[in-house]
Design a binder for this molecule. Structure first.
Ligand code: SAH
Length: 234
C-alpha cells in the first residue's frame, strides 16, 4: 500500500507544487505515494462559503471555524482511518527526523493547513490534531510547512531515493550534523580538498568525517549533544 497524504487547505493549487518535481514528483507519478488536496471552503454551508470569523474576546485577524474544519476533517479522515491527523502550527512540537521516519513508516497523513490567526481550539481538541511546527518563525499559512513535512517524509519511502545509503548518513540520522562535502576540482580558488579524502584510506576517511561531524555539532548545535540549546544561551 502506498503512502496516502490528504491535505486540507484554502489553496489546493499550492499542491503538489514543488513535490510534483524531482524525486517526490517521480514517486508521485509512480504511485509510491498519493496526494489529495481538499478545499476547506467546500465544507462551508453559507452562501458566501465562509470559513473564518472574528476572534472571540476581540483582537486582530480572523480565526478558522471549528465546524467547517471538522466537516472537512471528517470527510478526509472518516472513522477507521489510521492516519495521524496533523495541524501545521508554530505552537506545535518541532518536526524532527525521528518523527519524519515514524510518519514515513505509517499509512500516510492527514494535514490541516491553517491560515489567518489560526484555528479554533475546539477542533484541535475534538479531532485530536497533533500540532507540528517546522521552526520558530511565522509563515503566512500552513501550506509551505505541509510541503516541507511531505518532502522530508516522501524521500524516505521505499524506492524514492536512488542511493538508499545516503539517507542514513544524513544530518540528524545519527544525532550529529553531517561532515563537509568536497568534489572536483581538486583545487578551487587556492583551496585544496583535504588530503585525507583523496588518500584512499577508508578507515582514515571515516574517522575524519566523524571528527568533523562532532566538531560541527559541538559548534553549531550543542543541544543535539545534550548541551544547552543555542536559543537559551543568547
Ligand atoms: N497567530 C498564530 C500564527 C498564525 S500563522 C500564532 O501566533 O501562533 C497562520 C498559519 O500558518 C498557522 O495556522 C499555521 O497553520 C501556519 N504556520 C505558521 N508558522 C508555522 C510554523 N512555524 N510551522 C508550521 N505551521 C506554521
Amino acid at each position: 500500500m502506498s503512502f496516502a497524504a490528504s491535505v486540507l487547505t484554502l489553496y489546493p493549487e499550492m499542491f503538489p507544487g514543488a513535490l510534483g518535481l524531482s524525486l517526490a514528483g517521480r514517486a508521485l507519478e509512480a504511485g509510491t505515494w498519493s496526494l489529495e488536496a481538499i478545499q476547506i471552503r467546500d465544507f462551508a454551508t453559507d452562501r458566501h462559503r465562509t470559513v473564518d470569523d472574528t476572534p472571540a474576546g476581540g483582537g486582530a485577524g480572523m480565526v478558522m471555524r471549528a465546524d467547517v474544519l471538522a466537516r472537512a476533517i471528517d470527510h478526509a479522515s472518516p472513522p477507521g482511518d489510521e492516519r495521524p491527523r496533523l495541524l501545521m502550527s508554530p505552537r506545535g512540537k518541532p518536526l524532527t527526523q525521528a518523527r519524519v521516519r515514524e510518519l514515513a513508516a505509517g499509512p500516510g497523513v492527514v494535514i490541516l493547513c491553517g491560515r489567518f490567526e489560526g484555528v479554533d481550539q475546539r477542533v484541535i481538541d475534538a479531532r485530536g490534531l497533533e500540532e507540528v511546527s517546522v521552526g520558530d518563525f511565522i509563515l503566512s499559512g500552513g501550506e509551505p510547512a505541509a510541503l516541507v513535512l511531505l518532502d522530508a517524509v516522501v524521500r524516505l519511502l521505499p524506492g524514492v531515493m536512488g542511493n538508499a545509503v545516503s539517507g542514513e548518513e544524513e544530518s540528524f540520522e545519527n544525532g550529529l550534523l553531517e561532515h563537509p562535502h568536497y568534489t572536483r576540482p581538486q583545487e578551487f580558488e587556492g583551496r585544496p580538498i583535504p588530503d585525507v579524502l583523496i588518500s584512499g584510506n577508508h578507515k582514515k576517511i571515516a574517522e575524519w568525517r566523524r571528527a568533523e561531524a562532532e566538531k560541527l555539532t559541538r559548534e553549531r548545535r550543542p543541544d543535539l549533544l545534550g548541551g544547552t540549546p543555542q536559543l537559551l544561551v543568547k
